[in-house]
Ligand binder design. Structure first.
Ligand SMILES: [Zn+2]
Length: 346
């Protein structure tokens, strides 16, 4: 693949550079892409092929031989390949490659502990680096910081590694960062956190670490790589959000399933509003949903790049959260008139 002069950009760096990341789906040209606008693989690109780097960059302070590390990677892939509503095939080659870090001229994507200089003295745990040939996505390498154990302290390093791998593969598949579920963090609610809202999505920067994908993630990749019949069973909602003349730019919209006897309420998919306060939330199951609007919760700049900054600039960061009901029908898009927060002064 020497002839492919492809661009390799770490996802973390990409997120700071413009309309490219930091949102639920990724695009190099649109701030908040719909699934149709989002960057993704073509059907013919599957199965995505990966192989393990084998080198001396093993983390210190953790008992992690090559076999154990490979088993963790294999477990992480299953989370994506066994989503019933999506068609995602990922193959991990048996052969490894002896390299200190990803080699972008290699035809097969790599996964491994990296000696990349940007990891030195960095708190980065890992990144997924997409490679492009012009407008065509041609590769994605996952590099993990061997110092992660030192940086992430008392957590179980094996579970953390599995979560990191699931997260980075989510980036490789086209997902950007999302928000944690609002319930556990929302201190002004007269209720305690409901366990049905835990854990937070793996693609969020949150503090509740579970290894199961959230509905936000399974729906998002199913929109990009739908199993037959999936799209016809789901509906979507479009809405503009604001107060008076003011639009809530780059706020978050969390769909919440209201629950029924025997089925607790819980978080469904979510998305961000764009610069004009518009959002398009896709992949909702038919029925009633609560849409919960709130400012961005994760204020680590790396999580959302310019998104957070632009929310600040537009004055969105401080609006009080609010919610509304919506009824979703399969195969249909619900176009609601603008919705505003009560008590907001324009
Ligand atoms: Zn990430």
């Amino acid at each position: 693949m020497k002839g492919l002069r492809v661009l390799s950009v770490a996802a973390l760096i990409l997120a700071m550079a413009g309309p490219a990341g930091g949102y639920r789906l990724r695009s190099r040209s649109v701030w908040i892409p719909s699934s149709a606008q989002a960057d993704h693989w073509q059907r013919s690109d599957f199965p995505l092929r990966f192989r393990m780097l084998e080198n001396d960059n093993v983390p210190v302070g953790v008992d992690l031989g090559h076999d154990r590390w490979t088993a963790i990677v294999e477990r992480s892939l299953v989370h994506w390949t066994e989503i019933p509503t999506a068609r995602i095939d990922i193959e991990l080659e048996e052969a490894t490659v002896h390299l200190p870090q990803a080699d972008q001229d290699d035809g097969i994507n790599t996964i491994g502990f990296s000696s990349h200089e940007d990891f030195v003295d960095s708190w980065f745990t890992a990144w997924a680096a997409w490679r492009w040939d012009g407008d065509r996505l041609v590769g994605c390498d996952i590099e993990v910081n061997p110092d992660f154990v030192k940086n992430w302290g008392p957590q179980d390093p094996y579970q953390l590694l599995e979560i990191v791998m699931i997260h980075e593969m989510g980036h490789c598949l086209g997902l950007a960062h999302t928000e944690p579920h609002p319930m556990p963090l929302w201190a002004d609610l007269p209720v305690r956190a409901d366990p049905s809202f835990l854990p937070d999505p793996i693609m969020s920067y949150s503090n509740s670490y579970g290894v199961e994908l959230s509905e936000d993630e399974t729906v998002a990749v199913s929109l990009l790589y739908p199993a037959p019949g999936f799209l016809g069973t789901r509906g979507s909602v479009r809405l503009a959000v604001g107060a008076g003349d003011k639009r809530f730019a780059f706020a978050y919209v969390q769909a919440v399933r209201p629950g029924e006897p025997g089925v607790p309420a819980g978080a469904g998919p979510g998305t961000f509003t764009d610069h004009a306060g518009n959002f398009h939330l896709e992949g909702l199951t038919p029925g009633h949903w609560i849409l919960w609007f709130h400012p961005i919760l994760v204020t680590r700049r790396n999580a959302h790049g310019r998104l957070l900054e632009m929310a600040d600039e537009s004055g969105t960061s401080g609006f009080p959260h609010f919610w509304t009901w919506v009824r979703v029908s399969p195969g249909r898009n619900v176009q609601l008139a603008g919705l505003g927060a009560r008590g907001i002064r324009p």
